[in-house]
Design a protein around this ligand. Sequence first.
Ligand code: SF4
Ligand code: ZN
Length: 311
Amino acid sequence: MDPQPVRRDTPACSICGEPAVIHQRYTGRYLCGPHLIADIEKRVSDTIASRQQVVPGDCVAVALSGGKDSTALLLILHQLFGSRGDIRLVAVTADEGISGYREATVRSAEDLTKRLGVEHITVSFAELFGDSLDTFLKGRETQACSICGILRKKALIVGAEQAGGTKLATGHNLDDEAQSVLMNVLRGDLTRLVRDSGADSGGRFIPRVKPLMYIQEKEIATYLMVQGVWEDLPECPYAIHALRREVRSMLSGIEYRHPGTMLRLMENKKRVGTAFLGKPPREPFGTCRECGDPCSGELCQLCELRQSLGR
Ligand code: SF4
Ligand code: ZN
């Protein structure tokens, strides 16, 4: 393709000279739509290969909330593996029951899986735990995300197991991962700081993988716009209570002024983890006395939560 003349106010793609859609500040490059798509799909494929996140014979259960990260994740995995006979994809949606928010994202997840021809399983909090998140959170709104996180993790594992999944892939991006590093530092949670959620757990949990862990949120949003699948969806009403929201806004400001900060945070997490090799600050695995799930104390987080909710 011959490079087209570029309008003077639009920067040109550093690879082909076409009008750019994004400035990748941490590499200094401008990229046009096709080169952004190729760059992202290549980097995701490299992350998957280098960490052996997906191997032949896997059934990958993709956690699909219907939001932008998980939509991009399913599109990319479908592009990479959709035509391969030795890897199966299935989408799993946890419907928390958040009124005014979840309906639109669940519908978006249904539309996408239909269009791609990917099997889709939805597990609702109401079916699994007897009530919606909205009901559980009455009077506990400030703890929304920690309660939601524990329940959703279980719902996704149940859905992935139902589908015969051997891996559970989530749409966490570089911003999410860098925010988690910083939040664990702020909370002084060393165990979580060095834990690699993709590490082998000896078959006790379905392994979780994060193929988008090195892709920025802004790159994902632009990827969806270029692909013509961008949808302006509502934000979760409980997000205003989250510490993550404050960390997110602080970190994106720092990343803008000092490109590469988020990648360096991830590097530092790896370094701290390596420094602990052989003496990782992790608690021993036990078995929950209520439900038999693996856990570090007497009760797993879910059973502890159920007790505190009186369920
Ligand atoms: Fe759950 Fe918090 Fe995300 Fe809302 S913002 S879906 S409450 S984790
Ligand atoms: Zn339990």
